[in-house]
Design a protein around this ligand. Sequence first.
Ligand SMILES: Nc1ncnc2c1ncn2[C@@H]1O[C@H](COP(=O)(O)OP(=O)(O)OP(=O)(O)O)[C@@H](O)[C@H]1O
Ligand SMILES: [Mg+2]
Length: 359
Amino acid sequence: MNWDDESAYAPSPAADRLVDTVADGEDQAVEAALRPKDLGEFVGQERVREQLDLVLKAARARGATADHVLLSGAPGLGKTTLSMIIAAEMGAPIRITSGPAIQHAGDLAAILSSLTEGEVLFLDEIHRMSRPAEEMLYMAMEDFRVDVIVGKGPGATAIPLELPPFTLVGATTRAGLLPPPLRDRFGFTGHMEFYAPAELQRVVHRSARLLDVAIEAEGAAEIAGRSRGTPRIANRLLRRVRDYAQVKADGVITREIAAQALQVYEVDARGLDRLDRAVLTALLKLFGGGPVGLSTLAVAVGEERETVEEVAEPFLVREGLLARTPRGRVATPAAWAHLGLVPPGQGAPGAGQGGLFAE
Ligand SMILES: Nc1ncnc2c1ncn2[C@@H]1O[C@H](COP(=O)(O)OP(=O)(O)OP(=O)(O)O)[C@@H](O)[C@H]1O
Ligand SMILES: [Mg+2]
C-alpha cells in the first residue's frame, strides 16, 4: 500500500486547528511529503530513537519480527511518522487503522486474519478501541491467535485462528487511559517529548529544503520558537511564512519576514494563537485572573468546554501561564506579564505600594 496514505484514519482534531485557514487535503499531502523516512532522518527524540534502534536492529539480527511498540505523546510529535519508520526499517509492509475505526471485535478479527508475516499493524488512538476488540487484541498480541465466534447464543462456537507473527505499533495521546493489561503487552514503550527549539529549527530547515524554500538560520529560529515544541506546527507555520515571503517579499525567509508573517496569522512570540490569547485575555480582564470555572471561561470566549480544556489549556499550563486549581482556573504572574497587563492590587506602574496601606 501507499505508506503516505493517511485517509484510513482520522488525525486528532486538536493538532489540526492551528492556522485553520488551510484546507485539510493540502495539509495532509504536504505533511506526508515532509515525513522523515528512516530513523536517521528523524530529528530529536534521542532517547526513543536510540532505544527503538536497538529493538529493531536486534530483531533484524535474529531474523525475527520486532516486538510490539507503544508510542505515546502529544499530537504532532511524530508517532505516525515513527510507526512508518519502524515498518521501513524492518522492510515490512504497514497496515494503518485506528481505535475509533474498530468498534466490533469482528472488525479487528478481519484485519488481524489478513496480516502477512512480519507486517506492521499501526493502531492509532489505541485508547479509543472498544472493550471487546481490546480483549481480542490481548490474545492476538501475546499468542498470535484469535478466537473467531461463529453463530449466536447457546449455539455459538469459538474457532481458534492462528495468526502470523506481526508487530503491533500502538499510538496514543493519552497513555494514562490504556488499561494496564494492554500496556503491559507492549515489549517497548516510547514516550515522545516536546522538542527543544534547536531541534525544531532543524525540522524547519529540513522541511524548507524539501519544499525548496530559501530560509535564513534566524528565520528558522523565529519559526521554531513559536511552534510549541511540535514539529507538525513548525511545518505548518513554515508553509504560512513561505506564502507571506512569496507575496510580500522576495521569497527568502528572514527573521523579520517570519515575525511579520506570524503576526498576520496571529501567532505570537511565544507561540500562543488566537484562541490561547482569547482564553488568557478573558481570564485576566473579565475575571481578574481567576479562579474561574472552566465552563464560565469557555462561555466567555464562545468556545466549547472541551476545546478550551483540550486545545488551549495544555499549552498554557505547560508554558506556566495558567494553573488548574480545585477552585478553578488561575492566571500566573507570567500571564499578566505576557499580555502586558498589571494584576489587580499591584497598581499601575509608578503608583507605588500605597494601595496596600490605604484606609
Ligand atoms: N522527529 C521529526 N523530525 C522531522 N519531522 C517530524 C518529526 N516528527 C514529526 N515530524 C513531522 O510532523 C508531522 C506530524 O507528525 P506525525 O503525524 O507523525 O505526528 P503524530 O504524533 O502522529 O500526531 P497525532 O497524534 O496528531 O496523530 C509529520 O508530517 C512530520 O513531517
Ligand atoms: Mg498520528
